[in-house]
Design a protein around this ligand. Structure first.
Ligand SMILES: [Ca+2]
Length: 455
C-alpha cells in the first residue's frame, strides 16, 4: 500500500455534488426565500410576547411532490451527482450508467452478460444482494474525472467485493483506466442454513466521500459469517476509510492489530452512510435481524457491537457457526426477546460499543440507506436525516416500505422520528441521495428513480 495521501476537498459550491456540503448550496430563489423568512422572523421578534409562537409556527415540514426520473431499471442501487445535474447510477446486475443533464442515458460499464454498454467487465457479476452496489464521484472530479463503484468480482478466488476507480471521458460517454483500489472485501460465496441464506447475502456496499475530510467511506456486510464483524483483519462488517488510491486514511484509530483501513467494526449489514452537515460526523444506517434497525453516529476505531459468533455471551452453537438469528432463527418471536438474546449492539460484551441514535423502535423493516437533507427548501427538515426502508415484514412486523425523517440529538445518541407522507407509491426503497439541485432522489428495487421536491 502506498503512503496515505490526504484528499483535498473543493469548497462549498465546488464541482462535487450529492454530498451535504455542496448539495446545501441554495438556489438564488431559495436564498431569497430564506432572506425573506429571516426578515419576517426579525420583524416578529420585535413584536413581543406573541412573537415566539409565531416564530415556531413559521417552522414547518415541507410538502413533497414527486416525479419519475427513470423507470423500468433493474434494481437501481445507488446514484451520484455532478453539479450540472448529471446523475451516475448503478443497476445491481447490469452495471454503471449515466443520465446526462439533457436526460439522455448512456450505459458506461456493463457487468458479465450485460448488453449495450460502451465497455464491459466480465469479472463483475451479481448474486443475491451482491452485485454492483454503491457509486461515488471524486471530490476533485472536475480535474481528475474519477468515479468509484463497489462491485462483486470473480477476479480473485474466492470472489470478493471490490472498490473500483474509473476515469470518465471528457464527453461523459465512456469510462476507462480501471484501478481496483480495494480488492479484499468478503462476499458470501455459498448458501448457508439461515433465513434469506443464499449466497451474496449481507453485502454492504455504500461508498461516500466525506465532504469534511475528503476520504472515501465504504460500508461492508457480515456475509452471514460469525467471525467476520469482530475480525481485526477481515474487511466484512466494517466501515473502511481510505484515500483515492485505496490506502488507509490517517486517524482511523482502529485497535492494535487491525487492518489500518478499518474505521469502525462490529457492523451487521450497513447499506447507508451519510455525513451530518456542520460536523461531518459519519452516521451509518443498517438493517437488523428481525429486530432493531440501527442508525449509529460513528467514532474513529469504534465497535458497533455486533458479534454473531457461537459460544459467546451465553449463546451456544448456531447453524453454520452464525448466531445472527438466534435463538429461534426460523420461527416467530417477540423482537425484544430476540434482541435480548442476540443484540445488534452488545453493551454487555462491549461496554464501549457505539450506541445507536435510532433503533426503529426495536423493529427491523429492512433499513437500507440514509442521507442528511440540506438547504432551506427543506424547512423543518433542513439538517435532518432521511432513512429508507425496503420494508421486510415478518412474524408480525408490519412491512413498512417508507422513508423516515430523523431529528438526531447533537450528541448522536437519540432521535425523534417523523414518517414521510409519500407523494409516490411505496416501494422497496433502496437508496436516498440529495441531488445537486437540492431535491431528494429515491431508488426502488422495483426499478424507479424518483425525484422528491419540497415546497
Ligand atoms: Ca450496533
Amino acid at each position: 500500500m502506498s503512503k496515505p495521501t490526504p484528499v483535498s476537498v473543493r469548497p462549498l459550491g465546488g464541482h462535487l455534488a450529492g454530498t451535504p456540503a455542496t448539495a446545501a448550496a441554495p438556489s438564488p430563489r431559495s436564498r431569497r426565500s430564506f432572506k425573506r423568512l429571516n426578515t419576517v422572523v426579525g420583524c416578529l421578534m420585535l413584536g413581543g410576547a406573541g412573537v415566539l409562537m409565531s416564530t415556531s409556527a413559521l417552522a414547518q415540514a415541507p410538502t413533497l411532490a414527486a416525479t419519475t426520473v427513470l423507470s423500468k431499471l433493474e434494481n437501481p442501487w445507488d446514484m451520484a451527482f455532478l453539479a450540472d445535474g448529471t446523475m451516475f447510477f448503478t443497476e445491481k446486475c447490469k452495471g454503471l450508467s449515466v443520465r446526462q443533464a439533457s436526460g439522455n442515458v448512456v450505459r458506461l460499464l456493463g457487468m458479465k452478460d450485460a448488453q449495450g454498454y460502451a465497455s464491459s467487465a466480465g469479472d463483475l457479476f451479481c448474486d443475491g444482494q451482491a452485485g454492483m452496489n454503491g457509486v461515488a464521484v471524486d471530490p476533485n472530479f472536475a480535474t481528475n474525472r474519477y468515479i468509484y463503484v463497489y462491485s462483486t468480482s470473480s477476479m480473485s478466488s474466492p470472489a470478493t467485493n471490490r472498490v473500483i476507480r474509473l476515469v470518465v471521458s471528457a464527453d461523459g460517454t465512456r469510462v476507462s483506466d480501471r484501478k481496483d483500489i480495494v480488492t479484499d472485501i468478503p462476499y458470501k460465496t455459498a448458501a448457508s442454513d439461515h433465513p434469506f441464506g443464499g449466497s451474496g447475502a449481507h453485502n454492504g456496499g455504500r461508498i461516500r466521500f466525506n465532504p469534511g475530510d475528503g476520504f472515501l467511506y465504504v460500508t461492508t456486510g457480515d456475509t452471514h459469517n460469525g467471525e467476520v464483524p469482530q475480525s481485526p483483519t477481515r474487511l466484512g462488517g466494517k466501515v473502511l476509510r481510505i484515500d483515492r488510491e485505496g490506502a488507509a486514511a490517517p486517524g482511523n484509530n482502529a485497535p492494535q492489530g487491525f487492518d489500518p483501513r478499518i474505521y469502525t467494526y462490529g457492523h451487521r449489514n450497513p447499506q447507508g452512510i451519510a455525513f451530518r452537515p456542520g460536523t461531518n460526523r459519519p452516521y451509518t444506517a443498517e438493517n437488523g435481524p428481525w429486530h432493531t434497525d440501527e442508525v449509529t453516529a460513528l467514532m474513529p476505531g469504534g465497535n458497533g457491537g455486533w458479534d454473531p459468533r457461537p459460544n459467546r455471551a451465553g449463546r451456544g452453537d448456531c447453524p453454520d457457526r452464525y448466531c445472527g438469528y438466534s435463538p429461534n432463527q426460523m420461527g416467530a418471536m417477540d423482537p425484544k426477546d430476540r434482541s435480548a438474546f442476540m443484540p445488534m449492539t452488545d453493551m454487555k460484551s462491549f461496554p464501549n460499543a457505539m450506541k445507536p441514535a435510532w433503533t426503529n423502535e426495536g423493529l427491523s423493516q429492512g433499513m437500507s440507506s440514509g442521507t442528511f437533507l440540506s438547504g432551506p427548501q427543506w424547512k423543518d427538515w433542513n439538517g435532518k436525516m432521511v432513512v429508507s426502508y425496503m420494508g421486510i415484514g415478518i412474524h408480525g412486523t408490519p412491512v413498512g416500505n417508507r422513508l423516515d425523517i430523523l431529528d438526531i440529538s447533537a450528541d448522536g445518541l437519540s432521535a425523534k422520528r417523523t414518517i414521510v407522507s409519500l407523494p409516490m407509491p411505496a416501494g422497496r426503497f433502496r437508496s436516498v441521495v440529495q441531488g445537486s439541485d437540492g431535491n431528494l432522489y429515491v431508488a426502488t428495487d422495483e426499478g424507479e428513480i424518483y425525484k422528491m421536491t419540497p415546497k
